[in-house]
Design a protein around this ligand. Structure first.
Ligand code: SF4
Ligand code: SF4
Length: 68
């Protein structure tokens, strides 16, 4: 699965607004404890919708595995 994109959250800048979770078509994002968003990489298909929606610009969709 090294060529599959996955969303990553920079939790230090996450405002826990939940906008990303609301738009994710896969239900892959949860806001943990009202503090930060967490992506379930098993569910994420790397569509990038969350990254385009996040008002803080704190989600990026990139390739898991890191070598491609
Ligand atoms: S990249 Fe797409 S599938 Fe993955 S967490 Fe973001 S909105 Fe959901
Ligand atoms: S949209 Fe951005 S700021 Fe809001 S919960 Fe998601 S990652 Fe955090």
């Amino acid at each position: 699965m090294a060529n599959r994109k996955t969303a990553f959250v920079d939790v230090s800048h996450c405002a826990a607004c939940g906008a990303c979770a609301a738009v994710c078509p896969r239900g892959a994002i949860s806001v943990i404890g009202g503090c930060f968003a967490q992506v379930d990489s098993e569910k994420c298909v790397g569509c990038g919708l969350c990254a385009r929606t996040c008002p803080a610009g704190t989600i990026t969709a990139s390739y898991a595995g890191g070598r491609s």
